[in-house]
Design a protein around this ligand. Structure first.
Ligand SMILES: [Zn+2]
Length: 328
């Protein structure tokens, strides 16, 4: 993890802009409402706290997929006895009481008062004021700065590569328009294991053949599927297949126009890592908070998966504009 001050990339943490050209797209409207998760808690005598905290440090912290560094592990319980309530782990890490219990008994603890009733914010608050508010409402939090600063700081970007891909799809979009394609939306799917061979797709909708669902992203996902099938059929040893059930796991997707709801959902289902688009679609887009109905599909807490989204805000690329009512 690079310290913010040592990051070679120029990042405006306030405006969420990387290298003056990539704007992080988030659901600004939702930032004041935390996403809540359940955790296992236990009540203990104050004198036992050191042992239990040592146990959490050595057996749970590195294993629990949900990072809880933004919360205080211990809070006082109201009452005459000196009791403390301790957060053991997320309910994702120990999915039921038996699993949580065996974790404790295996390490010699004998507590009977486990609870999974407490809801805590999954991430730290974006401002100190909200951290205080959430601490009173849910569970005491630590204030360690806006968590999005750290998220942005840890992302990696190959700006030259990104420029190259955006230039490529822009020029294909212009060619498509010249050829008479009324929806010159173009997308490149980049497999992190084979970045030199992106799969490029164009929109295939046309009045003649009535292919209304053939948006460039849908076509691209289909091409990735065909490509994966072909590669698997070429393998002589059937044991060396892709072990992923997700088609575009960790892919980066570059697209000329902000995707519609169908395409955004398809990107979620195929588990892409990042989408970078150029032209926002204020009526039909589903990623920007001010596009369409403001779904921010890629970071919607009601969906079980998310992906990173950036909009290229430099003036360098000008893919052909499409009618504002059209879905990209
Ligand atoms: Zn679409």
């Amino acid at each position: 993890m690079v310290k913010k001050a040592l990051n070679p990339l120029k990042i405006d943490f306030k405006k969420c802009i990387v290298e003056d050209c990539l704007l992080q797209i988030r659901n600004e409207k939702n930032l004041e409402e935390p996403e809540l998760i359940n955790v296992w808690t236990i009540q203990i005598n104050a004198k036992d706290s050191k042992l239990l905290i040592d146990f959490i440090r050595s057996k749970i912290l590195d294993e629990d997929g949900i990072f809880l560094n933004h919360i205080k592990r211990i809070r006082k319980v109201e009452g005459p006895k000196k009791m403390l309530e301790v957060v053991l782990c997320s309910t994702e890490f120990a999915q039921d009481e038996a699993a949580c219990m065996s974790l404790l008994t295996n390490c010699g603890f004998n507590y009977q008062n486990l609870s999974c009733e407490n809801l805590i914010p999954k991430q730290g608050a974006p401002t100190k004021e909200l951290a205080i508010e959430w601490s009173e409402l849910y569970w005491p939090l630590n204030w360690c700065g806006n968590p999005n600063d750290q998220i942005l700081n840890e992302y990696t970007f190959d700006i030259d590569f990104i420029r190259e891909k955006l230039a490529q799809i822009t020029s294909i979009s212009q060619e498509e328009a010249k050829k008479g394609n009324k929806v010159p939306v173009v997308t490149a799917f980049v497999n992190p294991c084979d970045a030199e061979h992106p799969i490029v797709s164009t929109d295939q909708r046309s009045e003649v053949n009535d292919l209304v669902l053939d948006h460039s992203i849908m076509i691209g996902i289909r091409k990735v599927a065909e490509d994966t099938k072909l590669k698997e059929s070429q393998l002589t040893d059937s044991t060396i297949g892709t072990d992923s059930t997700y088609l575009c796991l960790n892919f980066d997707v570059y697209t000329t126009h902000e995707p519609c709801s169908m395409c955004s959902m398809a990107l979620i289902h195929s588990r892409v890592k990042r989408c970078i688009f150029i032209r926002p679609m204020s009526k039909t887009g589903t990623l920007r908070a001010d596009s369409g109905d403001g779904y921010c599909m890629h970071c919607n807490n009601s969906l079980n998966s998310k992906f990173e989204v950036f909009q290229w805000i430099g003036n360098d690329f000008a893919p052909i504009e499409i009618e504002s009512n059209l879905c990209a």
